[in-house]
Design a protein around this ligand. Structure first.
Ligand code: NAD
Length: 502
């Protein structure tokens, strides 16, 4: 792999070999143009390394490799049980290398190492094992019609799937997409986000080691507008699965329309967290903090719009502020006591700061934060003080738009009906949380809220066994759980004439 890998030493002292090529046909290769993308450490703004960036020609090679692998007996005829074994082998290798993978994730993305290791890597391993178990349990039905017809369905792979993932959970999003696609027998071209390419390339080495046949999983880095759009438009791609912003989701839908590609989209959100007057306020404040401040607030399902009953508004704001100040320790993501690392990139950092300015100029009241956080290292890095605004009006940008940072708005409501109306007053519909001790109200409100997921008395404790996805402009289709398999199979109906003569 001369020129296709570099020896690196991470800030925590871990040394490892970082691949920098495109992973096509189980080999790392340089991009045809030789173009590269620099990966930046968001903690101190230094360059970690640079990796090859795919262009349209490279995408074409990867898609051809995946198409060939789709028909190759080593994959096509592999019994599904053995497909599951391969996936379990990959999960075992991820577990074996989890400290290195978590180190890379923290270095490249800025998330706290303890979180990367326990939560992100834990989720990757669980998701791969969960879908490995499904590999030999995806089958069709027999369908009763008349005595003259026997009918059954086959659930077949869709074919070559293009998967485009974001930077907020690089390995987690890869596992959510690879797991069900592999379980169902598809072949894959996965494009990582240009901001966080490194952990995905290390994962590629484990894919080869696990023994997947060449071409089954191909991994590219590259810019969205170049490699991403080439992948979506490629005639050899049968399906596109995307996670990222709503604007890009819309663009992908347009590009995919030309060849009527099957798509699933998981896009943005402005998810409400509703606190009724009978809620356990201490728990509501703690979960509300987790729901928006984890992962530097860079979570599509972040409950970023808190709605609180008038009668407890001031008390909730005070308790919530207390939890933020006592828990959200901003610092070096490799330090054990850090809760919040830097934002992933300068662009995201500036974006969050611009929303802070917008909140101030629109007349919302700043409760805490509202500025960059400069007390880490020598003052470099994309750190932002966790920010809370209250007295937020429905028409303010900070109430309506996805910020994607440690940034939350708190508004109030008077009645249950008003709470539901406010919760639904958004173009998004990803997650929602409801805090109440009234069991009837909990179920009633859960049914009325327009979102793909509702948490009762918690927030964002998603689970690989439970479907995940959005309604309205938060997406199309579901990932995770049994529902996640739907996105990667197609149903073929077989009719058998049992004696009808013409
Ligand atoms: P993005 O949607 O632009 O990027 C996500 C992925 O899509 C990346 O891999 C990117 O390369 C690819 N992509 C971009 N343009 C493409 C195109 N035209 N065709 C094909 N692929 C393309 O997200 P971003 O710019 O990194 O972040 C912007 C905002 O998106 C964030 O501030 C946040 O609001 C939102 N976001 C949401 C999620 C989520 O999980 N829902 C994740 C990341 C970002």
């Amino acid at each position: 792999m001369a020129g296709l890998s570099v020896q690196l030493k991470a800030p925590n002292g871990r040394e490892y070999t970082q691949p920098i090529g495109l992973f096509i046909n189980n080999e790392f290769v340089a991009s045809k143009s030789g173009a590269k993308i620099a990966s930046i450490n968001p903690t101190d703004e230094s360059e970690i390394t640079s990796v090859y960036a795919a262009g349209a020609e490279d995408v074409d090679l990867a898609v051809k490799a995946a198409r060939k692998a789709l028909k190759d007996p080593s994959w096509k005829d592999l019994p599904p049980t053995e497909r599951g074994y391969l996936m379990n082998k990959l999960a075992d290798l991820v577990e074996k290398h989890q400290e290195t993978l978590a180190t890379i994730e923290t270095w490249d993305n800025g998330k706290p190492y303890s979180v990367a290791l326990a939560e992100d890597l834990g989720e990757v391993i669980s998701t791969l094992r969960y879908y490995a178990g499904w590999a030999d349990k995806v089958y069709g039905q027999t369908i009763s019609t008349t005595s003259a017809k026997f009918a059954y369905t086959l659930r077949q792979p869709i074919g070559v799937v293009g998967q485009i993932i974001p930077w907020n959970y690089p390995l987690g999003m890869a596992a959510w997409k690879l797991g069900p696609a592999l379980a169902c027998g598809n072949t894959i071209v996965l494009k990582a986000a240009e901001q966080t390419p490194l952990s995905i390339l290390y994962l590629a080495t484990l894919i080869k080691e696990a023994g997947f046949p060449a071409g089954v999983i191909n991994i590219l880095n590259g810019h969205g507008r170049e490699a991403g759009s080439a992948l979506v438009q490629h005639p050899g791609v049968d399906k596109v699965a995307f996670t990222g912003s709503t604007a890009t989701g819309r663009e992908i839908m347009k590009l995919a329309a030309a060849s009527l590609k099957n798509i699933t989209l998981e896009t943005g959100g402005k998810s409400p967290l509703v606190v009724f007057e009978d809620a356990d306020l201490d728990q509501a404040a703690k979960w509300a903090h987790i729901g928006i401040m984890s992962n530097q607030g860079q979570i599509c399902t972040a409950t970023s719009r808190i709605l609180v009953h008038d009668s407890i508004y001031d008390q909730f704001v005070a308790q919530f502020k207390e939890v933020v100040l006592s828990t959200s320790k901003v610092g070096d993501p490799f330090s054990d006591d850090t809760f919040q690392g830097p934002q992933v990139t300068k662009a995201q950092y500036e974006r969050v700061l611009s929303y802070i300015e917008s909140g101030k100029s629109e007349g919302a009241t700043l409760v805490t934060g509202g500025e960059p956080y400069k007390n880490v290292g020598d003052g470099k890095g994309f750190f932002i003080a966790p920010t809370v605004f209250k007295n937020v009006k429905d028409n303010m940008r900070i109430y309506r738009e996805e910020v994607f940072g440690p940034f939350v708005v708190i508004a109030s409501f008077g009645t249950e009906e008003e709470a539901v109306t406010k919760a639904n007053d958004t173009t998004y519909g990803l997650g929602a949380a409801v805090f109440t001790k009234d069991i009837e109200r909990a179920h009633r409100v859960a049914a009325e809220i327009e979102s793909g997921m509702v948490w009762i008395n918690s927030s964002n404790d998603s689970d690989f066994r439970i479907p995940f996805g959005g309604v309205k402009q938060s997406g199309i289709g579901r990932e995770l759980g049994e529902a996640g398999l739907e996105a990667y199979t197609q149903v073929k109906s077989v009719h058998i004439n049992m004696g009808t003569k013409l």
